[in-house]
Design a protein around this ligand. Structure first.
Ligand code: TNX
Length: 522
């Protein structure tokens, strides 16, 4: 280790030590800085302690709940050293234990909600479905001191204020998008990101798997897509792609954290990597050159050729095999080299292909220019008039307005990474909007949720990506989960400040916005 990094490491362990040592016994649950903010918190003024005698009790025989119990044990054991065990043998919990239990019939909690009841004796999470227990577990992490998030043993008391939290999400789709086409990110990087999303109760990861600069998923029936089309990236680096096995493994890893992966194959534009891999997909029937710049709008599939539809069908058939979730994303944005009269029948036909594979379509807002199936989803990013056209056709809208939710936009003019075509998005600006009132014609009932896309023209590794993703991701997580009436920037920024230490303990390189007074405890 270099001397400077030894110094930084020593400083941050010192900071954590001081924080843990200075924090007094927590007794007021309403002061806990939970993100996303829970629907309701009632404090009872006492303290629950995790000790060496504590364990995690789960119902017998439920694989999902045992795995959520193990998730919690794996998070807490390295830092606390408490050696919590998951007990699924039907025995009853005692003092200081954690209990995860299902109890159907609490309609208010829905599919993803949970109730967390903490007394001096027991910490109990109840939910209708296993997903709710998983979210309750994420809340428990945040009720403990930030040091719990490190992977090294910490000194400290592991205390939680008593009371009851009842909590459930406002939107059922709380998503992030990662562009792995402009710069490739390994499956290991994406798994780390999946864990980061899960900590904030997000549940959809949209992977932008193809673009002009790269094709990132192995397709057995068209092998050159990945081999040739995946061989470079923006700036000319070596690129890369996920094998089917690696992709299936990411999908499984995400599912264990209640995150659905939605694969996107962008078309008919943004297709140069495919066009470079197979001459027959080009109007000219000549393969294009690989592309490593960042211009958009120059490529198109030949929308009049049957080979193109065979390609689309094969690709979506193979992706369907890898996708347990209901959606396939067909892109459809910025097809500036495709005439509108060709674009519309193309999108219509691709919708049929996706439907024939038993999946539903999501596409960027331009797809609303075509004839949408009522179960198709329009992802609003640029033109409200397109999204409104979608609503008029009975489609649902996914809110990713670029001026608020494009996490690849710079924070301000001093940001090292990012673009600024949609404006600067400081942490408050990214937080301070309401999906249900942003466009008057798009009503709450038309909206399935929100998604913040990280386009990757300017970011090529995990540290650079995290600089743009954090802390803004926490704000998008809260917009998706917490009812608008409970949200305000002035109150959120205080909670966010206390997450500085937590993000650091998680090993996340985040942007320390000057609009937040970082690491102030309540
Ligand atoms: C627009 S957003 C694009 C992407 C770029 C992004 C950069 C969208 C559907 N298309 O191709 O990467 O801007 O911010």
């Amino acid at each position: 280790m270099k001397q400077s990094s030894i110094f930084t490491a020593a400083l941050s362990s010192l900071a954590l030590l001081i924080m843990t040592a200075c924090s007094t016994t927590p007794t007021d649950m309403t002061k806990a800085n939970i993100i996303p903010k829970p629907v309701s918190v009632t404090a009872t003024g006492e303290t629950f302690s995790l000790t060496r005698n504590s364990d995690i009790f789960v119902p017998e025989g439920s694989v999902d709940i045992i795995s959520t119990g193990q998730f919690l044990a794996d998070k807490l054991n390295p830092s606390t050293g408490l050696d919590l065990q998951v007990i699924a043998d039907g025995t009853k919990p005692g003092k200081g234990d954690i209990l995860l239990t299902l109890s159907e019939g609490d309609a208010e909690l829905g599919e993803e909600g949970y109730e967390l009841e903490v007394t001096g004796k027991l910490l109990k999470i109840t939910a209708n479905k296993p997903a709710g227990l998983f979210y309750g577990v994420q809340t428990v992490r945040q009720l403990l001191p930030a040091g719990v998030e490190t992977t090294t043993l910490q000194e400290g008391l592991w205390e939680i204020p008593t009371g009851t939290i009842r909590d459930y999400p406002d939107y059922s789709y709380r998503g992030m998008m990662r562009d792995v086409a402009r710069h490739f990110f390994s499956a290991d990087d994406i798994k780390i990101f999946i864990d980061q999303m899960a900590a904030y109760k997000m549940n959809v990861l949209h992977l932008h798997l193809s673009d002009d600069q790269g094709w990132r998923i192995e397709i057995t029936s068209w092998p050159n897509l990945a081999i040739h089309g995946g061989s470079t990236q923006v700036g000319g680096g070596e690129g890369g792609y996920y094998t089917r096995e690696q992709y299936a493994d990411m999908v499984k890893y995400a599912a264990e954290r209640y995150i659905t992966i939605i694969p996107e194959i962008d078309m008919p534009g943004h297709t140069n990597a495919a066009l470079a891999s197979y001459p027959e997909l080009n109007i000219s029937r000549k393969a294009s050159e690989l592309y490593t710049g960042i211009k958009v709008g120059f490529s198109t599939l030949d929308t009049k050729s049957e080979v193109t539809y065979k390609f689309v069908d094969d690709v979506f058939r193979e992706l369907t095999e890898l996708t347990p979730g209901p959606y396939l994303h067909i892109g459809g944005d910025e097809s500036h080299s495709t005439k509108l009269e060709d674009y519309i029948p193309f999108v219509n036909r691709v919708q049929e292909i996706v439907a024939a594979h038993g999946k539903m379509v999501i596409g960027w807002d331009e797809i609303a220019l075509a004839t949408l199936k009522p179960n198709s989803v329009v992802q609003y990013w640029a033109k409200a008039e397109n999204a409104i056209k979608g609503v008029q056709q009975g489609a649902k809208v996914l809110m990713s307005p670029s001026k608020y939710a494009y996490i690849d936009m710079k924070y301000d003019s001093t940001s090292v990474y990012g673009l600024n075509w949609a404006g600067y998005i400081e942490v408050d600006h990214g937080y301070n909007w309401d999906p249900a009132t942003l466009v008057p014609e798009i009503k709450r009932e038309n909206i399935i949720g929100i998604e913040a896309p990280l386009w990757a023209e300017t970011v090529s590794n995990r540290t650079e990506a995290e600089y743009l993703l954090f802390p803004r991701l926490l704000g998008y997580a809260e917009i998706g989960w917490t009812p608008t009436a409970l949200r305000s920037w002035d109150e959120y920024r205080v909670r966010l400040a206390s997450h500085g230490a937590r993000l650091e303990a998680m090993g996340i390189s985040f942007y320390r916005s000057a609009r937040v007074e970082w690491d102030q405890q309540e």
